[in-house]
Design a protein around this ligand. Structure first.
Ligand code: PMP
Length: 427
């Protein structure tokens, strides 16, 4: 049993010694002390179904035994920087990751986070093209360092840093966007930005395939092919941010961009890549990667033996346990059940997403799509009391983000929907 400090004691230390900007979702924040696959346990041993931790940390499940074993074996043997000597772990994982990529995407740069991966990708695009302008999407989240904060396009995540050279294009949001599900119409805005806002040459374009922080917004069909065409014509590189949608989560494809039928020039990833271990990566072609030989480039811990051992174990588990297939089967079932719930409750304005990356948007008025922010918090809190953890996001904070570990079962999905149903029935 757990004998550490209580939730209140931890809260007091957080207030005194940690960032005053830290936030938590629940009225009474949860003190999680153990994790096991799709479950978390609090200080009293109470079990919670974790339907959100999948993107934040664990794609394969909390403390997955194979992954823990790989990490422990490696750290007992050696942990070091990656740069000074040879070690097999980084090379083996880079080879395995490259085998999961389409086209000629086979050169991997490792980082420690998604922010770092996107910073590097944007710099590579600028070096390769000799241009500065980058186009990203409104409602995107790409990180919180100066460059990536510029590409992030939600005021709630922006501080007053210099945001140079980034233009934000119309978001191809099928639910709230002006052109509904017509991806090609939204993509015209990318062409307009190039024509009116730049020299006609750009460094690149960066987007998620399904916006995570932005509230599980799957880009309208046909958007990426059309946007990529405009970018390529302007000499730019197309960057796919797979930090949330990658690693089999969408079920239909291993990478989120797969559903749009495009092949990016650069792919960035983090979060699920290491099942909770800090790790990020940028993958590109040998020709583009060459630009980093112009100067010295290095990252002390990017691709260190322990993190890359974890990464390789993750790929093996996804394969061995058929997690992509599971994301597809369980995700479709869960989505169907959530759509049934939408027929029952007026407050559910939209159910969307793909595989085990699903969103449920709450509105007080279906016509006006007025965000039901307080109700979202309430349902989330009540579901926690029943033992189910979901995430929250979207610009208005009124979207449930359902992104569980990929080992989620149909029974888990049913329990989640039943908990949401019960909570809504009491409102
Ligand atoms: N890209 C996307 C799509 C993300 O969701 C995030 C994190 N929420 C990041 C980049 C940044 O990753 P990190 O927090 O690891 O820097």
């Amino acid at each position: 049993p757990y004998t550490g400090p209580s939730a209140n004691e931890i809260m007091a230390k957080r207030k005194e010694f940690l960032s005053p900007s830290l936030f938590h979702f629940y009225k009474n924040p949860l003190n999680v002390v153990d994790g096991r696959m799709q479950y978390l346990f609090d200080e009293n041993g109470r079990r919670y179904l974790d339907a959100f931790g999948g993107i934040a940390t664990v794609c394969c499940g909390h403390c997955h035994p194979d992954i823990v074993e790989s990490i422990v074996n490696q750290i007992k043997r050696l942990q070091h920087s990656t740069v000074l000597y040879l070690n097999h772990a980084i090379a083996d994982f880079a080879e395995a990751l490259a085998s999961k990529m389409p086209g000629n995407l086979k050169v991997v740069f490792f980082t420690n986070s998604g922010t770092e991966a996107n910073e590097l990708a944007m710099m590579i695009a600028r070096l390769y093209t000799g241009s500065n302008d980058i186009i990203s999407l409104r409602n995107a989240y790409h990180g919180n360092a100066a460059g990536t904060m510029g590409a992030t396009a939600q005021s709630i995540w922006k501080f007053n840093v210099i945001q140079s050279g980034v233009h934000h294009a119309l978001n191809p949001d099928p639910y709230r966007g002006v052109f509904g599900s017509d991806g090609e119409k939204y993509a015209k805005d990318v062409q307009d930005i190039i024509d009116f806002g730049t020299t006609g040459h750009v460094a690149g374009f960066i987007s998620e395939a399904i916006q995570g922080v932005g509230g599980i917004v799957e880009l309208a069909p046909g958007y990426l092919p059309a946007a990529y065409t405009s970018i390529k014509k302007a000499g730019g590189l197309c960057i796919a941010d797979e930090v949330q949608a990658g690693f089999a989560r969408t079920g239909s494809h291993f990478w989120g961009f797969g559903a749009q039928g495009v092949v990016p020039d650069i792919v960035t990833m983090a979060k699920g890549i290491g099942n909770g271990i800090p790790l990020g990566a940028v993958v590109t072609t040998p020709e583009i990667a060459e630009v980093l030989t112009r100067r010295s480039y290095f990252n002390t811990f990017g691709g260190n033996p322990v993190c890359t051992a974890a990464g390789l174990a993750v790929l093996k588990v996804i394969e061995k346990e058929n997690l992509q297939e599971n994301a597809s089967v369980v995700g479709s079932h869960l989505k169907d059940r959530l759509i049934e719930l939408k027929d029952k409750y007026e407050i559910i304005g939209d159910v969307r997403g793909r595989g085990l990356m699903l969103g449920v948007e709450l509105v007080t008025d279906r016509e006006q799509k007025t965000p039901a922010k307080a109700e979202t918090l309430h349902v989330m809190d009540q579901m926690k009391e029943i033992g189910v953890l979901v995430g929250k996001g979207g610009f208005y904070g009124n979207v449930f983000r359902i992104t569980p570990p990929l080992c989620f079962t149909k029974e888990d999905a049913d329990f989640l929907v039943d908990a949401m149903d019960y909570t809504m029935s009491k409102m």
